[in-house]
Ligand binder design. Sequence first.
Ligand code: SIN
Length: 424
Amino acid sequence: MNTDVLIAGTGCSGLYAALNLPKDMNILMITKSDLESSDSFLAQGGICVLRDEDDYDSYFEDTMKAGHYENDSKSVEIMIRCSREVISDLISYGTSFQRNAHGELVFTREGAHSRNRIAFHEDETGKEITSHLLEAVKSLPNVTLMEYTTLLDVAEEGSRCRGAVIEKKDGTLDVVKSYFTILATGGVGGLYEHSTNFPHLTGDALGIALRHGIALRNPDYVQFHPTTFYTGEKGTRSFLISESVRGEGAKLYDGENKRFVDELLPRDKVTAAIRKKMRDQGIDHVWEDLSTIPPDELEHHFPNIVSYCKSKGYDVNKIPIPVVPAQHYFMGGIEVDHDSRTRLEGLYAVGETACNGVHGKNRLASNSLLESLVFARRAAKDIEWEWNEKRICKDDLNISPDLSKYNASYKEENKNNIKKALGL
Ligand code: SIN
């Protein structure tokens, strides 16, 4: 198979990269599951946006403080500065955000934000954004989408990535020759017993990077979301109770019905306080009371959460729900520069797969969709520049990897390497 660009992953970063690439480039997009099963579809709270120039310093400081000042400040600046343009672009693709009676965007708040600056669509912002990007990509004649297709390896020749080895739906292997490859395979939640992520998201690209000596950055920076619905079940995806419900006034209670933490501290601090309380009191979960939010706000802003809790027997207008922390997001990833380039020429990484240092040690709520989109577009623009300016030599795709090594033990070894890197 030959293509100009191979994109592994169809979450919002992969899709937005495809939409920003030149229309004269052929693009092949693969995804390990179906097109709707990316974590981008699950994002509830919203997407941050710089509301006005006066908000810049405060947004920058909130992001840095939540990240323990370990953030790459240039990445933070790029993300914030590009946010308004990205939101306008999303709206042009049909994304609808909550607006007031005057047609202006309404903003919500989450932990560690000193101001309301999160645009949202009910409690399904990720689905609203990603489904419109997916529709736009589907309409592009230069893009081919392949579901149930897994990235097994990238093919390196000289100092450049020349394509990849993939496993197709029927289990057969194929070599994709490409001038550019973008890794957008999502996070690592599938490696954890309790995670808000889809279970098939097992950090595959990280294992591949390790094989090729491409450095990972901050592989131990894993975020645990403070509040997922407690069911007591193992091996099922944890349902998120969005931080924006705390932003709108929901409160946390311990096993003795007492408040024990400022609900709007950064995520890592709220998670640590909940875990401590669970240990000290020997309880499996704490309680979250959403009844502090007016019923019409609950119904209109959080219909999905209200209905999920109802399906589990909880009327959130009347009684608190049991919540527990679960793995949620990977701040680490494949080391990339500000244009999402890895150390291997022609190979890019974007979204949760990549680490440009923007989130530091702990991501600020609702910066993930924004960061993914901003740096996916930068990858696409860098590729466009190279495509137009350097004129990639069209006849230099001669890779022929030995497919016999891609057996079960190859996959197992990849998984073990990733787990080791994450300290699991
Ligand atoms: C949430 O809605 O709490 C999750 C949003 C995020 O991960 O930033």
